[in-house]
Design a protein around this ligand. Structure first.
Ligand SMILES: Cc1cc2nc3c(=O)[nH]c(=O)nc-3n(C[C@H](O)[C@H](O)[C@H](O)COP(=O)(O)OP(=O)(O)OC[C@H]3O[C@@H](n4cnc5c(N)ncnc54)[C@H](O)[C@@H]3O)c2cc1C
Length: 389
């Protein structure tokens, strides 16, 4: 039986980032990174919209994004010459009607206090800034002048995975099917191929499957897969100044190369967990909600040509749509990095660094993630992020 000091379950962006920063922080023990889907064809990482923003409602989430943004600005220094993830720093534009105005204002004040470069504007100023926008029903908008935009998720994942090859990390292709415990210690990770890994520490980086992986160790985690569809379309007009626009309805749209992508029409009210095998885009959402919304908000999008679509699963934390980071209070050698609820790609580098610091130095140094600890789950105390896109 192989023995590892750390067994990380899930080798996409969160698991890879944790392994990477463990080595960067000087961890010299053995590390196994266990991944069942080495092409990442169903991971949230590669099915995401790959966008980064500063426009969160709580300072802790802004700080996680700021860490990642700083990494984006020195990619070559971190990962070597030629490292590129195609970061397009075009901003987010989050719009609010009268109902959403107080929250947009409150969020903006928090973002400003954190040093985020977000401008808050009324309809006239927005109309002047973005000629293609209809401000009908809009009370105000918050626009990220810098520090927000989108990038290539696969390229980002590959930077971390490639860096791990020279850092003595064992990549194991297998599904974890059981986790043994001896009282308050996780002891072994069992694989579908019958192998057993003895583990000094187990890290759950299983994305939308994290609730199930926690359950394998007899632990409860309120994270479940929620299906999110993304639609690609063509339009005659190119709006080079277009940020990632979020309509008050929740529908978002942004350029993607010569095309556009859109989504965000799912309602969370009474929404059930997705079937883990269901990756079928919900076309009715596009026809009935998204397209009409786009045509109202951006009149030039009345005449668009729908293209392909895909669906992925959010790693949805049903308690408060926020990450759960750090050890289980009783089973202390079982650590969580889960529940990002649609903003985990941009948080992964920061969370990897934070967890590595916790493991190696016994405490957070770069970004304090204590507020994301499991304690709140045990107490049923929500630490809510309001801006879930
Ligand atoms: C449509 C969509 C749009 C999104 N847009 C954004 C965005 O714009 N910005 C942003 O920051 N975030 C976004 N997200 C969220 C983001 O993609 C996730 O939060 C993030 O990728 C989570 O990374 P992860 O590594 O934890 O999970 P994943 O990428 O899902 O990786 C988990 C890995 O664990 C593996 N695994 C699971 N169970 C087991 C097991 N039992 N044994 C072995 N391996 C296992 C899986 O195969 C998977 O590869 C979006 C998500 C979706 C679905």
């Amino acid at each position: 039986m192989a023995r590892y000091d750390v067994v990380i379950i899930g080798g996409a962006i969160v698991g890879s980032s944790i392994a990477y920063y463990l080595r960067e922080e000087g961890f010299s023990g053995s590390i196994a990174l266990v991944e069942r889907d080495p092409q990442f064809s169903h991971s949230a990482t590669t099915l995401s919209c790959a966008s980064i923003r500063q426009q969160f409602s709580i300072p802790e989430n802004i700080r996680l994004s700021q860490f990642t943004l700083a990494l984006f600005r020195r990619l070559e220094e971190e990962f070597g010459a030629g490292s590129d993830i195609g970061f397009r720093e075009k901003g987010y534009l989050i719009l609010a009607g009268e109902n959403g105005l107080p929250i947009l204002k409150q969020n903006h004040a928090i973002q400003e206090a954190e040093g985020a470069d977000i401008v808050f504007e009324g309809p006239a100023a927005l109309q002047k800034r973005f000629a293609w926008l209809s401000t009908d029903g809009i009370a105000a908008g918050a626009f990220g002048r810098t520090g927000e935009g989108w990038f290539d998720a696969h390229a980002m994942l590959m930077l971390f995975r490639k860096a791990l090859r020279s850092r003595n990390v064992d990549f194991i292709t297998a599904e974890v099917t059981a986790i043994d415990r001896d009282g308050n210690r996780a002891t072994d990770v069992l694989l579908a191929n019958g192998e057993r890994l003895e583990a000094g520490m187990v890290v759950n980086a299983a994305g939308p499957n994290a609730g199930r992986v926690a359950a394998l160790a007899g632990l409860s985690l309120p994270v479940e897969p929620r299906k999110r569809s993304v639609f690609v379309f063509e339009a005659r007009d190119r709006f080079d100044d277009m940020p990632l626009l979020v309509d008050p309805s929740g529908v978002y749209v942004r350029p993607e190369g010569a095309m556009y992508i859109t989504g965000g029409a799912e309602s969370e009210d009474g929404e059930a967990a997705a079937d883990p095998a269901d990756f079928e885009p919900d076309w009715a959402l596009f026809e009935e909600v998204i397209w009409p919304t786009l045509a109202t908000r951006i009149p030039a999008f009345e005449a668009i040509k729908p293209g392909r679509a895909w669906a992925g699963h959010y790693d949805f934390n049903t308690l408060d749509q926020n990450a759960v980071i750090g050890p289980h209070p009783e089973v202390e050698n079982f650590l969580f990095a889960n529940g990002f609820s649609g903003h985990g790609l941009q948080q992964a580098p920061a969370v990897g660094k934070a967890l590595a610091e916790l493991i190696v130095h016994g405490g957070y140094r770069s970004v304090d993630c204590s507020a994301f600890g499991y304690g709140r789950v045990a107490e049923g105390r929500a630490f809510r992020e309001l801006n879930v896109i």
